[in-house]
Design a protein around this ligand. Structure first.
Ligand code: DGT
Ligand code: CA
Ligand code: ZN
Length: 585
């Protein structure tokens, strides 16, 4: 188990404790703090534990250190498993309703004896929830809205949840020596921002007996993360895993593997377009193969790998991220597919917070974590003054911060550079939270909307356009403010925003936080086509937040970005030059 996984478990314990009647708030906070402490811990946790160095870390008491050690030794924490087993499932379900926290959930559960979301909805409609102590009509309406939103996203999961479950299962299955090939398919392989279920394909030797398949399926459904088995056969089994996400495992002979993997990678839309292309060259593709002629009784076209399928159709290989029917087939035929950006192309980090505002780590810690990850620069962007709830900096604190950055830059000279930035609030009227001369004292400016989400489409768009026209704005942060599976973005005319950004040479970020992934990849493509540079920004509020960069890379790839479309693939000097040139205009 790594640091993040253990932090997730501790966070889970805090949540489950909070959902338990009569547990102490103090204990809940202790686990929350511990999870946060791990998030800002430097170094390899297994090693630190072994050397007894966890002791003395602020936020980690002796009991919690024992739990961490248990997780490291056994891969799970008994307390978590027990709490999880004893928590009524409806309480966990209610957690997914936006606006409902543990306190309210406990009250609803204890007093209304709700056992399902539908019952809760009914109780709201009968005004029973409003009458609970400390609830009221407004809360009840919010719960109803939350239920409606839940129905819209029904059954989808954030990418990292699916990725983590799939990774665990992959590692377990790989211990089966009879498995020849194994791959995750579906929306997870295509790196969609949310995932309905996990599709995995494994192969066994063509001559293997059906007992082999059966044994693998037995092993699969017995994994500890499997909560429910919804189907089990020799070639396909379906389960629900502990996070609630469903997973299908398909088992084929190895010669069948490329076709099956290709089919279950999708997307459905890509397949439709690809099958049309195939027919135009007198080839038929279906769920289990690829055949000469216009019907699937023709000769099978032998493919050892997925790439052979595309080659047989006279096309370049199409990366899974691009298989969304967004013009990739035509591009693969005429050789104009982009070489997609990779994580190793990134040279630095451009949107990150420190303890100066609402981050959990000091500038030095953030900088050293960037160095440890091989980056050359950190563009530090704490919040501006109007964001008081997030510890936003006023002009004086900003100057003080600059003195600290100057000192650190002296120290790091020649090997690392901290750029002075700000995440400056865009005010209601589209002006910025700092005056031009303050903004001029910075190396670069990220401008974001954090308030007044309920303006009309026209007003919100005008507000954003005004900010884009400000000559000091270099990057627009999380351009729609959406929270995946939580809150829709504010209404805004993104095409107009992209057009204006192109005109003014302003960048629009991909916020790599897996709950945001904002700019949406469908618009990333448009921004790229308009020549906009797209930084991939972690918006890190702790050291572990820096690890979100890879989610942003996934979205960048889905948006057809090449390395030189991404601002933070520039080397330090070139980036500095980029910012300075913008300012001198
Ligand atoms: P999701 O909703 O996040 O699970 O997205 P996918 O793309 O993983 O969708 P899923 O799990 O329903 O199916 C996996 C792949 O299987 C899908 O991307 C393409 C293929 N597939 C499934 N059903 C159909 C179908 O009716 N027609 C075609 N052509 N392909 C299908
Ligand atoms: Ca799927
Ligand atoms: Zn922000």
């Amino acid at each position: 188990m790594d640091k993040n996984q253990i932090a997730n478990l501790l966070e889970g314990i805090a949540m489950l404790l909070a959902l338990k009647e009569g547990s102490s708030l103090f204990e809940v906070r202790a686990y929350e703090n511990a999870a946060r402490a791990l998030g800002s811990l430097n170094g390899d946790i297994a090693q630190l534990a072994q050397e007894g160095k966890l002791k003395g870390t602020p936020g980690l008491g002796p009991t919690i250190i024992k739990r961490i050690e248990e997780a490291l030794d056994t891969g799970h924490i008994t307390l978590y498993d027990e709490l999880r087993a004893n928590t009524p499932p409806i309480k966990l379900e209610m957690l997914r309703i936006a606006g409902l926290g543990p306190k309210k959930i406990n009250a609803i559960y204890e007093q209304l004896h709700i056992t399902g979301i539908a019952e809760l909805e009914q109780a709201c409609k009968e005004d029973k929830v409003a009458q609970l102590p400390n609830f009221g009509k407004k809360t009840q309406d919010k719960i109803l809205q939350g239920i409606a939103l839940l129905a819209q996203h029904e059954g989808r999961f954030l990418y990292p949840v699916a990725e983590h479950e799939a990774e665990q299962m992959r590692a377990a299955l790989l211990t089966c020596p009879e498995i020849v090939r194994l791959q995750v398919g579906g929306s997870l392989r295509r790196r969609r921002e949310t995932v309905k279920d996990i599709d995995m394909v494994v192969s066994v030797a063509d001559e293997a007996s059906s007992d082999v398949g059966r044994a693998i399926m037995d092993f699969f459904v017995k994994q500890p993360s499997v909560q429910v088995v919804t189907g089990k056969g020799d070639t396909k089994s379906s389960v629900v895993l502990s996070s609630g996400i469903a997973m299908d495992l398909r088992l084929v002979n190895d010669s069948q593997f490329p076709y099956t993997l290709h089919h279950f990678t999708g997307s459905r839309e890509h397949h439709i377009a690809l099958r049309r292309r195939a027919l135009s060259v007198n080839i038929t593709i279906n769920d289990y193969g690829m055949f000469r002629g216009k019907d699937p009784h023709g000769e099978l076209i032998a493919c050892k790998h997925e790439a052979d399928i595309y080659a047989a159709l006279g096309m370049a290989y199409i990366e899974p991220e691009l298989r969304e029917d967004m013009g990739e087939i035509e591009a693969a035929v005429n050789g104009s597919l982009p070489t997609l950006v990779q994580e190793s192309d990134l040279r630095g980090v451009l949107h990150a917070h420190s303890t100066w505002s609402d981050g959990q780590n000091t500038i030095r810690e953030m900088a050293e974590a960037c160095i440890a990850r091989g980056y050359s620069y950190l563009g530090l962007t704490d919040h501006s003054k109007v964001a008081a709830y997030a510890g936003g900096l006023d002009e004086q604190r900003l100057r003080q911060q600059h003195e600290e950055i100057d000192r650190l830059n002296d120290e790091f000279a020649g090997r690392f550079c901290i750029f002075k930035g700000i995440e400056c609030d865009i005010l209601r009227d589209g002006t910025l939270d700092f005056s031009d001369d303050v903004l001029a004292s910075l190396d670069f400016v990220v401008a974001s909307i954090h308030s007044n989400f309920n303006l009309s489409l026209a007003e919100q768009t005008q507000r954003m356009l005004r900010a884009i026209a400000n000559p000091y704005v270099d990057i627009i942060g999380h351009p729609t403010g959406r929270l995946l599976l939580g809150r829709a973005g504010y209404p805004i005319d993104m095409e107009a925003v992209i057009e204006a950004a192109a005109t003014h040479g302003v960048c629009i970020e991909i916020n790599a936080n897996p709950s945001r992934l904002d700019l949406d990849w469908r618009f990333v493509r448009l921004a790229r086509d308009r020549g906009i540079k797209v930084p991939i920004d972690p918006d890190a509020h702790s050291l572990t937040g820096l690890d979100d960069m890879r989610y942003g890379i996934g979205i960048g790839r889905k948006g057809w970005l090449r390395a030189n479309d991404v601002l933070n693939t520039l080397e330090t000097e070139a980036l500095l030059h980029f910012f300075q040139t913008r300012r001198s205009k």
